[in-house]
Structures are given as C-alpha cells and as structure tokens.
Design a protein around this ligand. Structure first.
Ligand SMILES: NC(=O)c1ccc[n+]([C@@H]2O[C@H](COP(=O)([O-])OP(=O)(O)OC[C@H]3O[C@@H](n4cnc5c(N)ncnc54)[C@H](OP(=O)(O)O)[C@@H]3O)[C@@H](O)[C@H]2O)c1
Length: 253
C-alpha cells in the first residue's frame, strides 16, 4: 500500500483525494489545507492538518496549490529526501525545492470541485528525477487512471499551450458563437449537435482532414460576406486570422 499526503485543498486536490480514496492499493495518509473546512467534505477531519510542521511520513507528497505558490510551499516543507511532486501543467519540475526528490504528477483535464469526473479516463503526465521515483508515481497514476504518459518539463509546457488552443480557445469561440446567436434571436442549442459532431470526428480523423467550411474550400465570396456581416472588430479580426491560418495550411498540403 502506497501512502500519499496531499498538499492543497482546491479543485485538483479535491478530485485527487476522491480518486485516490477509491483505490484499495493507495492510502491518503493526510491532507494539508490552509483552511481545513475546504476539504472537510472529501476526507475525515482527523486526517486534515493546517500545520506544515505536522506532516506525516508518506511515500509521496503531492503539492496541488496555485502555480504561484508551488515553489514557496515546497520550500516551507520540513521534509528531507522525500518524493514531492507538483500537479501543474506549466511549471518546470525544478521549481520544487532541492532538499527533496522532485517529480510531476499532472492530470490533463479541467477540474472544478462541483463537477464530477471519471478519473480513469484522465491522462496523467509523469516526470521524476530517477527511475525508482518514476515507478512510485506510475504505480499511483495507474491505480487511478488507465491513461499514463511519461512527459518531460519541456514537453509538458508544449502540451499546456496545445491544451489552451484545443480547450480554452475553443470554448471562447463557443462564447462568440453564443453572442452572435443571442444578437440574432437564435437559440444557441441549435449548434450543439454540430459542436458535438466536430469534437467526435477527431476520434476518427486527424484535425487537418476533418476541416470543413468556406476557408478550407477557399470560398472567398463567402468569407468576405461573413467578414462584412461582423460589426464587432474583435470578432472580425479573429475570423480573418483563423481563415488565414486555415488557408495557409491548405497551401502547405
Ligand atoms: N483546475 C484545473 O483544471 C487544473 C488541471 C490540471 C492541473 N492543475 C494544476 O493543479 C494545481 C492546483 O490547481 P487548482 O485548480 O486545484 O487550484 P485552486 O482550485 O485555485 O486551489 C488552489 C489551492 O492552493 C492553495 N494555496 C494557494 N496559495 C497557497 C499558499 N501560499 N500556501 C498554501 N496553500 C496555498 C489554496 O488554499 P486556500 O483554499 O486556502 O486559498 C487552494 O487550496 C495548479 O498547479 C494547477 O496548475 C489545475
């Protein structure tokens, strides 16, 4: 049985505590939370501490606090030569203090406390300084997920940028579509089957092959009509930039 201390009480900490608690091969030894009430709904009160000097012995310490606080929190830990991993997509493994062995345990998903997730489907990206520690991280990851990758800090940075494009930016484009629907008294729900089919399609086709629409067809008459329709300057710029980017790709093929 591998023992784990979770440091943090936010969105990711919440889901990690729930996922790890379900495994009979892993044990949540303790949770450190600045405000104990923030995790009281997912772990026994007697396992929560708000005193960093009271951390118990464990095989792995997972720091899941805001990116800006990871280095400071790892520095404050009164531990030596323990395996400490952070859960950030964008921070280098080396932000962790060198008095302990370093690792990364990055679950690639968007987490909110109030939205349940199926952890078994969530890719977990791992990195460690040595093989033995990697194996510990891998054992923990494989007990809560079926999708585990070895990803170094440089790759993780690239992965995070890629995730911003495919998730955060796509969601912002939904928002623009929603605004245009509202302005024209069209229910946004009418677009949901199209959104779902577009997302489903990339299970079968690479994105470049799945691309449709006036830009990839080089239908200049239609793209100009759309640009003229858009009165919002920011929407017009985004439309032009994305159209150009799609057309540049066509030229490269
Ligand atoms: N949310 C996601 O979708 C997601 C996905 C993958 C990875 N991550 C990564 O996971 C980590 C945690 O993200 P999150 O979304 O769970 O963050 P969050 O919900 O904003 O929670 C942040 C946590 O950090 C604690 N904290 C902040 N500053 C602290 C300090 N100086 N000392 C001690 N604790 C401190 C907060 O404590 P209080 O509650 O007391 O303020 C809170 O428990 C980040 O590295 C993030 O990049 C997030």
């Amino acid at each position: 049985m591998l023992s784990i201390v979770i440091i943090g009480s936010g969105n990711v900490a919440h889901h990690l505590i729930k996922a790890i608690s379900k495994s009979n091969k892993l044990e949540i030894k303790q949770v450190y939370a600045r405000n104990k009430v923030n995790v009281i709904d997912v772990i026994d009160e007697n396992k929560i501490t708000n005193d960093v000097s009271q951390l118990k012995e464990a095989d792995l310490y997972l720091i899941s606090v805001s990116d800006a606080a990871v280095a400071e929190v790892s520095n404050k830990l009164m531990l030596e030569n323990k395996l400490i991993a952070h859960t950030s997509g964008s921070l280098d493994m080396n932000v962790l203090d060198s008095k302990n062995r370093k690792g990364v345990f990055y679950p690639l998903q968007t987490f909110s406390k109030k939205k349940d997730v199926n952890f078994h489907e969530i890719p977990i990206c791992l990195e460690a300084q040595n093989e033995k520690d990697y194996e510990v991280l891998e054992t923990v990851a494989k007990n809560i997920s079926n999708v585990v990758y070895s990803i170094n800090s440089q790759q993780r940075k690239a992965l995070h940028v890629s995730a911003v494009f495919v998730s955060n930016f796509v969601n912002h484009l939904y928002k623009i579509g929603n605004d245009i629907c509202d302005e024209n008294k069209i229910p946004f729900q009418i677009l949901l089957p199209l959104i779902q089919e577009t997302a489903q399609k990339i299970n079968y086709l690479p994105p470049v092959a799945a691309q449709t629409g006036p830009a990839v067809r080089n239908d200049i008459e239609i793209t100009q009509l759309h640009e003229a329709f858009l009165s919002d300057e920011s929407q017009k710029k985004i439309y032009q930039l994305l159209t150009q980017s799609i057309q540049n790709n066509v030229k490269k093929l």
